[in-house]
Design a binder for this molecule. Structure first.
Ligand SMILES: Cc1ncc(C[n+]2csc(CCOP(=O)(O)OP(=O)(O)O)c2C)c(N)n1
Ligand SMILES: [Mg+2]
Length: 760
């Protein structure tokens, strides 16, 4: 009891009761329970589909969740807990924890304490209170994130960790539901039972987010066409998003009649009346395999988070009315009315859980935290180069390839030099043959074969189950990729143009790329995203088809960004990316320079010097390995990538017509992470360097290259950098004005050569 008393003291602090609603909620419960009397006519739980044990379990889970919230508020003040967004008022989610299976993948709202407590009963060895305390305390032994974030997450309970971006988990929930249906028909099968459903909850305000709306639409769009989408959306409606009220009746009005989305309502404030309602929704979802929108009525108690003083924006009478709806009061009342617990027993349970939470929190606080950078990033970007490279060079038996391509002569390596578009297309065929669980999807990738025919014929060769068009929504495409990966597949989504990646960027930035990090590498969503992009398209364009902004990709932790300049490299790099996805479960993007898709010649028309042989099946390019043209050169080094490579080679050819300085050209090939070692080792051999970067000036790859060299070389060479302008790309010939070109490269080479001569 000493702990309880000290908690109360901390909760009351110096603040008035009006401000400290946690204290009020706590007091209310105790006072209310003390007032309860067992009636002579007992309530029959059977009528609600419940029995005594079931009820007591769920009620206990509600109390556990509540006491975790109260503990967090108290120990936050002692710096022992770093997170105070609670679940109070939302404890009705215990019904979902009970009625779904622990193998139903769950993407949770941050108010899912009740759900977690109840789901944990499926695996008795789990102590959900202690585990939550470890997460609250950012302890290294937190089983969910290894101390990286307070998340609801558990490998054993199929709860994939979510951080705080509201609605960002909905697209991957759609993907996971569709992934269940795809996976159960595939040879490799599913990691969970075939009749699983996906659980995805969120708040009422979050349901308005365009990411959420996109996910509802995508689920309904798929269901409308007869696809199975076993997805249970649960909107936990407490009527507020921080301080902003959701208009009364809005959620029901908005979701009740959506085609393809079945609406159910349930009382989240009373587990007796809510139980069957929740059960009906879950059963419909599981057995009809259709998407469901379950509207769960809740209240929010104790403010949005510990730092939120509701009295600033809510009337005290309104607050008290909400507090009177506390679902724990209702459960206590029902327990007494049903004669399964006395008031004393309830108070005893409440106090015991309080002590357990406090003791667990103090114990968690005494555990080790992350104390080195190495520990923090241990799960960020796993990389086992030997295994990856060995896997990249594994090949499929030749007869299978012959069958795929038609005959021996038609094997791409027997077809002579080709341009990039053809080589990537054939490369994708080989990859799909090698990885039976790989999927190609995106806008227009199936029958049409993509805007630039890169996926041509894949649909015919690998069936619509593995190559399919999606609806026009990049967030959904990347959400599908995450979901399919969760179900064991290797997605190869296409985003039609780089500009359109940006409008869905958070699906990679905040979600896919963060999963290994926030789950301590227990969960992963390996994928290889193909994105045509960059400038210089002749006769076609404007900004959105020539977007050259790479900056937004460069700083996404853990993401690999590949950018080939020639077709054979593209194929070899894709092989490595697939191996990275398979072996280390990494997320990668390959930017395909559109203007190089059809480029055949280098110096003059018909020379065919930018057409290349299809790489032998076992060939690949290790992550980070650059290529150096004219590696014997001694005078000037050009560092570049993508369109910059043929542009620089052309410029060097022109330059050497009048100047004798020898020039090497380094094609970086991998833009993220930059290979510090290889860049610096090569740079060290030169006194003059020209960086040719077709991206925009600010935050460009070139910026990274220059700073690596300047910071790491004892005698940094003279460096000049040319980049695109910080501008959007205009239409027509004006587009050339904002990008580097071969003449500019020549001019700069000449200036650098003169400077060298003067310096010498
Ligand atoms: C994309 C995004 N925008 C803003 C926020 C800040 N934020 C956190 S919670 C929240 C309100 C969410 O309300 P609701 O969905 O109703 O959930 P509740 O907290 O009421 O359970 C906001 C605006 C965020 N986390 N993510
Ligand atoms: Mg809300």
């Amino acid at each position: 009891m000493a702990i309880l008393k000290s908690l109360k003291k901390k909760l009351s602090g110096t603040k008035s009761k009006n401000i400290n609603r946690a204290q009020v909620v706590d007091d209310n419960f105790i006072a209310y329970v003390k007032s309860l009397k067992t009636p002579s006519n007992l309530l029959n739980l059977d009528e609600y589909g419940l029995d005594e044990k079931l009820f007591v379990d769920m009620f206990t889970s509600q109390v556990m969740s509540r006491q975790l919230d109260l503990m967090a508020r108290a120990l936050r003040l002692e710096n022992k807990v770093f997170y105070t967004i609670g679940s109070s008022g939302h404890e009705g989610s215990v019904m979902l924890g009970r009625l779904t299976r622990h193998t139903d993948p769950a993407f949770l709202h941050y108010r899912s304490g009740g759900f977690m407590m109840e789901r944990s009963r499926h695996i008795p060895s789990i102590d959900p209170i202690y585990d939550t305390c470890l997460s609250f305390a950012a302890s290294k032994s937190d089983p969910a994130s290894g101390g990286r974030h307070k998340v609801w997450g558990s490998k054993e309970l199929w709860v994939l960790p979510q951080t705080s971006t509201i609605a960002s988990h909905l697209p991957k929930a759609v993907g996971t539901a569709l992934g269940i249906e795809l996976g159960k028909r595939s040879n490799s099968g599913l990691p969970i039972p075939d009749d699983s459903i996906v659980v995805c909850n969120f708040g009422d305000a979050s349901s308005n987010h365009s990411t959420a709306q996109g996910a509802f639409n995508a689920a309904a769009w798929a269901a409308y066409q007869g696809l199975d989408v076993p997805l249970l959306f649960i909107c936990e409606d407490n009527g507020l998003g921080i301080s902003v009220k959701t208009p009364a009746g809005w959620i029901e009005r908005n979701f009740k009649h959506r085609p393809g989305l079945q609406y159910f309502q349930a009382d989240g404030l009373d587990i007796t009346s809510g139980y069957r309602q929740v059960q009906r929704a879950i059963n419909f979802c599981r057995y009809e395999r259709k998407p469901v929108f379950l509207h769960l009525k809740t209240v929010r108690l104790m403010g949005h988070a510990g730092t939120d003083f509701e009295v600033d924006y809510r009337d005290i009478n309104e607050l008290e009315a909400e507090e009177a709806k506390d679902p724990l009061l209702k459960s206590a009342e029902m327990a007494v009315k049903a004669g399964i617990m006395s008031a004393e027993e309830i108070l005893d349970l409440y106090n015991r859980m309080n002590v357990r939470c406090m003791e667990s929190a103090y114990k968690a606080d005494s555990q080790k935290r992350l104390v080195t950078q190495q520990q923090v990033i241990a799960s960020l970007a796993p990389y086992t180069p030997n295994a990856v490279n060995a896997h990249a060079s594994l090949t499929v038996e030749k007869p299978l390839r012959i069958k795929l391509f038609g005959n021996e002569k038609l094997l791409p390596e027997n077809q002579g030099p080709k341009h990039m578009a053809i080589l990537i297309n054939k490369g994708l065929m080989d990859i799909m043959l090698k990885y039976e669980n790989s999927l190609v999807f995106g806008e227009d990738v199936a029958q049409k074969g993509g805007v630039y025919t890169l996926t041509k014929n894949l649909y015919k060769k690998f069936s619509p189950k593995r190559v399919f068009n999606t609806l026009l929504d990049e967030q959904t495409i990347l959400g599908l990729a995450q979901g399919y990966a969760n179900m064991g597949m290797i997605p190869i989504p296409e985003i039609q143009y780089l500009a359109y990646f940006h409008n869905a960027c958070d699906q990679i930035r905040g979600e896919a790329a963060s999963l290994q990090f926030f789950s301590n590498n227990q969960y992963a969503n390996p994928m290889v995203i193909r994105i045509p992009g960059l400038g210089y398209q002749k006769g076609f364009g404007g900004h959105f088809h020539n977007d050259n902004s790479i900056t937004a990709l460069r700083d996404i932790p853990g993401l690999v960004v590949a950018c080939p300049s020639r077709g054979d490299d593209a194929v070899k790099m894709m092989r490595t990316l697939m191996a990275l996805a398979k072996v280390d479960k990494r997320v990668a993007i390959i930017i395909e320079p559109i203007a190089l898709y059809m480029k055949k010649d280098l110096y003059k028309t018909g020379d065919n010097l930018w057409s290349f042989n299809y790489p032998k099946p076992e060939e690949s390019i290790p992550l980070g390995e650059a290529y150096i043209y004219n590696d014997k050169a001694l005078d000037i080094l050009i560092i570049t990538y993508a369109n910059g490579v043929p542009m620089s080679l052309e410029a060097v050819e022109k330059f050497n017509q009048s100047y004798s300085e020898t020039v090497a050209t380094m094609d970086l090939r991998w833009l993220q992470p930059l290979n510090k070692k290889s860049i610096c080792q090569l740079a060290e051999k030169f006194d003059t360097i020209l960086v040719v970067d077709e991206g925009r000036e600010s935050g460009s790859v070139g910026e990274g290259v220059v700073s690596l060299i300047v910071e790491n070389l004892t005698n940094p060479p003279h460096i000049k950098k040319i980049t695109g302008l910080d501008s959007f790309t205009p239409l027509g010939d004006a587009s050339a004005l904002v990008l580097p070109n071969a003449d500019i490269v020549v001019e700069n080479l000449i200036k650098l050569a003169h400077k060298r001569r003067i310096d010498a």
